[in-house]
Design a protein around this ligand. Structure first.
Ligand code: NZQ
Ligand code: ZN
Length: 390
């Protein structure tokens, strides 16, 4: 089994790293930058002022587009593409969390490519080109700062779709942990769950694996639990914020799959994207609801894998089915400590039969795909998992 690891992003890490932005853009030869950001957090913290000042000092021309919402929308992506083409943008600087970075990636494809950018997300076309992207990360969660993925919501039908392409991997990522001191308790919680889940989804692969990679995975998950719980109580604890930030990046750049079957499972993520697309909930909260339901549904296929995860992360001694069940219980307790909902009802979603069918239509691409690799899920399996999560 061959796996590959490609992570071309230059990482600039540590206290004060945000001040390197001008230098990084200069190194990239950026002439006209689109500065892309979200609602108000980057303005309030003074980060945008620093970015503007740094660009002016380096005499780099720029335009701005703010307003990215969590679960980023296609309409703003289209607006960014229009601005980018009109202004001759040759570099995009994403200042924010996963939603801003993902929106920037979509704009990057759209500026360089002809036709409708949604075609990439809808699986109809592959992008050959993209405007290069740089990131100043303000929230540790998705790993988009080093990943090849972006996830966009099309308001027409509230379809949320991901697109993976290595050309969108950022050229640089500025990881300045102090920028995350202002992240709310809730966003820290859902972000920590997302970080863990990117490694957990890779842990549940279907081929042979490498013990070393499993050990790395367990360290990342264990540390994210420990540091996440510290950060929610002490938002300006540097060790906690810095560990979460680095874990966010390493959890989703491919490192945690090298040596294992790289496909991972990803059923929880795919089922979740339909949830957050339709109900606009936080991605990490959707994952906390679905993962225990998925575990309950699939663990009997290979209980030892679950027991191994529990042994490495929580020190569970039991093996086989007992170990698997204890592991699932431990994850539920852990998600509770992160104040997560463990059912759709707890998240305020009263799932009707009609909604369930719509979720299933979307998750199966209207009958065109199955999900998962550890266990392949047909529509009926997906239905059972959504019902277990109800
Ligand atoms: O909009 P502002 O005012 O900036 O507020 C944001 C937003 O409300 C706030 N925030 C960000 N940095 C902050 C801050 N508040 C205070 N201080 C700061 N320093 O946090 C809120 C959530 O931001 P968002 O970017 O939506 O969160 P996250 O980073 O969790 O991104 C979630 C999106 O990424 C997708 C998710 O599906 C979801 O759409 N994902 C992207 C992936 C990828 N590209 O690789 C992988 C993931 O699995 C995920 O699907
Ligand atoms: Zn995720």
């Amino acid at each position: 089994m061959i796996s590959s690891y490609y992570s071309p992003t230059r990482v600039v890490f540590g206290k004060g790293a945000k001040s390197e932005v001008g230098k990084e853009l200069e190194k990239e030869g950026a002439k006209k930058v689109l500065v892309h950001f979200g609602g108000s957090s980057a303005e309030k913290s003074g980060l945008l002022s620093l970015v503007r000042k740094s660009l002016k000092e380096k005499k780099i021309d720029f335009v701005e587009l703010g307003g990215v919402k969590p679960n980023p929308r296609l309409s703003l992506v289209r607006k960014g593409i229009e601005i980018g083409k009109k202004e001759g943008v040759d570099f995009i600087l994403a200042v924010g969390g996963g939603s801003v970075i993902d929106s920037a990636k979509a704009i990057g494809y759209g500026i360089k490519e002809c036709g409708d950018v949604w075609d990439f997300y809808d699986g109809r076309k592959e992008a050959q080109n993209s405007v290069p992207i740089g990131v100043i990360l303000t929230l540790s969660a998705t790993g988009s700062e080093l990943s090849n993925s972006s996830v966009i919501t099309n308001e027409e039908g509230f379809l949320k779709r991901g697109y993976n392409n290595d050309i969108s991997r950022p050229r640089f990522a500025i990881l300045d942990p102090e920028l995350t001191y202002t992240v709310s308790r809730y966003q820290t919680e859902v972000g920590s769950i997302d970080i863990m889940m990117h490694t957990i989804e890779r842990f549940f692969h279907s081929g042979d694996g490498l013990d070393f990679t499993d050990e790395l995975a367990a360290t990342l998950i264990r540390d994210t639990i420990e540091k996440g719980l510290i950060a929610i109580e002490n938002p300006d604890n540097y060790q906690a914020r810095a560990s979460l930030m680095w874990a966010s990046s390493l959890s989703h750049n491919g490192l945690m799959a090298l040596g294992n079957d790289q496909r991972g499972d990803w059923a929880c993520h795919q089922l979740e994207h339909e949830l957050s697309g339709m109900f606009d909930i936080a991605h990490g909260a959707g994952l906390a609801i679905l993962f225990p339901a998925w575990c309950q549904y699939v663990y009997k296929d290979e209980p030892e894998r679950f027991a191994k995860l529990g042994r490495l992360v929580f020190g569970i001694k039991e093996s086989g089915e007992d170990g698997a069940l204890l592991t699932i219980e431990k994850f539920k307790q852990c998600f509770r400590e992160f104040e997560m909902p463990l059912s759709l009802k707890e998240a305020g979603i009263d799932l009707s039969d009609e909604m369930l069918e719509e979720l299933l239509d979307k998750a199966t691409f209207y009958g065109k795909r199955t999900l998962g690799a550890f266990k392949t899920l047909e529509r009926e399996d997906m239905k059972a998992i959504y019902l277990l999560a109800k």
